[in-house]
Every structure is written in C-alpha cells, then in structure tokens.
Write a protein that binds this ligand. Structure first.
Ligand SMILES: [Cu+2]
Length: 96
C-alpha cells in the first residue's frame, strides 16, 4: 500500500514537469499552409526556448494532419522545438 502511494506521487511529479515543459506557448498567425511539403509559414512572437525573436518563418509539424485544419489568417498558440535539426511545431492550438 505504501509503495503504491509513493508511485502515485512520483507519477504526479512527472506529470507536473511534463506540463511545465509544454507551457512554452507561443502566439502566431498562420500565413501559408503547405500540406504536401508538411510545412506551415507562421508569423510568430518570441520563442524563449529557441532564443528566437518575433519573425515570420516556416516550420515543420509533429503531426502533418494538423495542416489540414489550418488556414491562412488563423491565430494559433503553439510550442516549437528543434527536431532533427529542423524547427518543428510540437503542440498546436487554434485560437477562436
Ligand atoms: Cu522564427
């Protein structure tokens, strides 16, 4: 019983760390969607974890299906990281 309790606690702590790492949300606006190329061009705000100032650039995406629901002009919040040397959107939410 005691073991179970400690495991749950460890699980809860791991969850907290994962959420904190994902809280790097960046504001952006979709400029262009390239479904075939698996890329999206975004005008984005500062990306602190990548040490990047606001600019317009293209990103790869972790899940190509996301591109199908995006349109130029969409306001998004996202997380980005460098994956295999390429700037990649790893989490994405369209703001209404
Ligand atoms: Cu950039």
């Amino acid at each position: 019983m005691k073991t179970m309790t400690w495991r749950s606690l460890a699980g809860a702590l791991a969850m907290t760390v994962a959420l904190a790492a994902q809280a790097q949300d960046v504001d952006g606006e979709v400029r262009k969607v390239d479904v075939e190329g698996g890329k999206v061009t975004v005008r984005h705000g500062e990306i602190k974890n990548l040490d990047m100032p606001p600019m317009q650039m293209s990103f790869r995406v972790s899940n190509p299906d996301w591109l199908r629901s995006l349109q130029p002009g969409d306001k998004i919040r996202f997380s980005a990281d460098k994956v295999n040397g390429q700037f990649t959107i790893t989490a994405l939410e369209v703001r209404k």
